[in-house]
Design a protein around this ligand. Structure first.
Ligand SMILES: Cc1cc2nc3c(=O)[nH]c(=O)nc-3n(C[C@H](O)[C@H](O)[C@H](O)COP(=O)(O)OP(=O)(O)OC[C@H]3O[C@@H](n4cnc5c(N)ncnc54)[C@H](O)[C@@H]3O)c2cc1C
Length: 403
C-alpha cells in the first residue's frame, strides 16, 4: 500500500522538505507509487519573504509546480484548518470542495509564521507591513500614491515600529524608496521606534555601531526605550508622550508561529513554535514532524536554538523531509545540526552588515556586505531549477545553507 508524507506549507522549509524526502526516496530506489510525497498550501508558489521590503513585492514569488513535478512531488491547493493526529488526517479548505481531507503516514508541519500585531489601539486598522505579498503590495501602492497628496511633513514621514532585523531593513530602505517616489529633494523623515533601550537589541556591541552609523548616514531618527501606544490615520503616539504625525506606519515588531501548531498536543515556546527533537519530530505525537518557523530545535550542542530565519528554515526543512522519509523506509535518520550561523542585514544605500557566529563577529560591511546580501537574496534562498538531478542533489540535508 502507498505510504504518504504530507507537507503543510510551500515556503522555504516545506520546499526543501519535499525535495529532500524525494531525494532519499530516489536514493532508496523507492517509487512514488510506494511512497507519495504531497505538499499542501494555499498557492503553489514560494514567497520570498526576506525581499518583501523591496519595490514591486508582487514579483517576490517563485512558482513551484514544475519543480515539484520534476521530482514527483504532488501539490494540493488548500489551506489546512484541522489536524487529527489520532486518525492521521488533515482537513483543508479549498474552493468548491466541502471540507476535504487528506490522510498521512508522516506529517511535516511547515506552515511558517506571520507578523504579530499586538492589541494596541489602531494597529490593525492603520499599519502596513512587509510580512506577506498582499500586505507588501498594499504598502507599495500606498507609497506610490503619496505623491498625489499635498506636500507636508506628515506625508513625508514614515514610522517603522520595531528596531529588530526586519524593522532595520525596512527603515533603511525607505528614505531612498520614498525619495524616488516624491522627488530627490523632498525632505523625507523616517523614524524607527524600538521599545528596548537600544536599536538591534540582538545584534551585539560589535555589530550595532555599524547599524547606528548607517541610520545616521540616512538621516533616520531612532527612538529607543519607548513603545507605540496608539496609531491613528494621522500618525502614532509613543509611551514617552511624543506624538509623530505620519501618513505611513509600518509594523515590523514580533512574529508568531502558524496557529496550526496549537492543533498539535505538544509543548510550544513563547512564539508558538513546537519544540522538536534532534530528528525534528514532535515528541509524544506519533508520526508528526515540525520544521522551519513552526518549530524550535537545538541547532548545536552548545545551547543555541534555531531562530525564525530562512537559513534555519531551509536546513531544518531538508532534515525534516529526509527524516520523515527515512522513517518510512527503514533508513537511519540524520540528526539536525547547524553549527554555523551568519547574519546579513541590509542597510539600504550605505550597504549591509555581515556577521558570523552567535556572538556576531563582523566579517564584512558596506558595499562588500551588500554584495553578499544580494547574493543571499537572489540566489541562495531561491529553490533550484526544475531539473530532477539538480533538484535532488541540491536537497542533501547536510549541504543545505552550509556556510
Ligand atoms: C520582511 C522580512 C524579512 C526577512 N528577512 C530575513 C532575512 O534577511 N534573513 C532570514 O534568514 N530570514 C528573514 N526573514 C524570515 C524568513 O522569511 C522566515 O524565517 C522564513 O520565511 C520561514 O520559512 P518557513 O518555510 O518556515 O515559513 P514561511 O516562509 O512563512 O512559509 C510558510 C508556508 O506555509 C503556508 N501556509 C501557512 N498557513 C497554512 C495553512 N493553514 N495551510 C497550508 N499552508 C499554509 C504559507 O502559504 C507558506 O507557503 C524575513 C521575513 C520577513 C517577513
Amino acid at each position: 500500500m502507498t505510504k504518504r508524507i504530507l507537507i503543510v506549507g510551500a515556503g522555504f522549509a516545506a520546499t526543501d522538505a519535499a525535495l529532500s524526502a524525494a531525494r532519499l526516496r530516489d536514493l532508496q530506489k523507492v517509487s512514488s507509487r510506494d511512497l507519495a510525497i504531497t505538499v499542501i498550501a494555499p498557492n503553489p508558489v514560494l514567497t520570498v519573504r526576506p525581499r518583501l521590503y523591496e519595490p514591486n513585492p508582487e514579483k517576490m514569488v517563485v512558482p513551484l509546480l514544475d519543480l515539484f513535478s520534476a521530482v514527483d512531488v504532488n501539490f494540493v491547493q488548500g489551506t489546512v484548518n484541522a489536524i487529527d493526529t489520532e486518525d492521521q488526517t488533515v482537513t483543508f479548505e479549498n474552493l468548491g470542495n466541502d471540507k476535504p481531507k487528506l490522510t498521512y503516514d508522516r506529517l511535516i508541519l511547515a506552515a511558517g509564521s506571520s507578523l504579530f500585531r499586538p492589541p494596541i489601539p489602531g494597529v490593525d486598522e492603520h499599519t502596513f507591513s512587509v510580512d506577506n505579498v498582499s500586505d507588501a503590495v498594499s504598502l507599495d501602492g500606498h507609497l506610490n500614491s503619496l505623491v498625489k497628496r499635498p506636500a507636508s511633513a506628515k506625508r513625508n514621514t514614515i514610522v517603522v515600529a520595531g528596531g529588530g532585523f526586519t524593522g532595520i531593513e525596512v527603515a533603511t530602505e525607505m528614505p531612498t524608496r520614498l525619495r524616488k517616489i516624491l522627488g530627490r529633494d523632498d525632505d523625507v523623515q523616517v523614524v524607527l521606534v524600538e521599545r528596548s533601550s537600544t536599536i538591534a537589541p540582538d545584534m551585539g556591541d560589535e555589530a550595532r555601531p555599524h547599524i547606528i552609523k548607517a541610520l545616521n548616514q540616512l538621516g533616520i531618527r531612532a527612538v529607543t526605550g519607548a513603545g507605540i501606544t496608539s496609531v491613528d490615520a494621522d500618525g502614532v503616539t509613543l509611551s514617552n508622550g511624543e506624538r509623530i504625525d505620519a501618513s505611513t506606519v509600518i509594523w515590523s515588531a514580533g512574529m508568531r508561529a502558524t496557529d496550526l501548531t496549537a492543533l498539535i498536543n505538544a509543548e510550544r515556546d513563547n512564539l508558538g513554535r513546537l519544540l522538536v527533537d534532534a530528528n525534528l519530530a514532535v515528541p509524544g505525537v506519533a508520526n508528526v514532524y515540525a520544521t522551519g518557523d513552526a518549530a524550535k530545535a537545538a541547532s548545536d550542542d552548545l545551547g543555541n536554538y534555531t531562530l525564525m530565519s530562512c537559513q534555519h528554515a531551509k536546513r531544518m526543512g531538508a532534515f525534516a523531509g529526509n527524516n520523515a522519509a527515512a522513517s518510512l523506509m527503514n533508513v537511519e535518520p540524520e540528526p539536525y545540526h547547524q553549527r554555523t550561523y551568519v547574519t546579513c542585514l541590509d542597510l539600504g544605500e550605505p550597504g549591509a552588515l555581515f556577521t558570523r557566529g552567535w556572538d556576531r563577529k563582523v566579517e564584512a560591511t558596506g558595499a562588500d556586505a551588500k554584495t553578499i546580501k544580494q547574493e543571499v537574496n537572489t540566489i541562495w534562498i531561491y529553490p533550484p531549477k526544475a531539473d530532477r538531478n539538480v533538484a535532488l542533489a541540491y536537497a542533501k540535508p547536510s549541504s543545505v545553507v552550509d556556510f
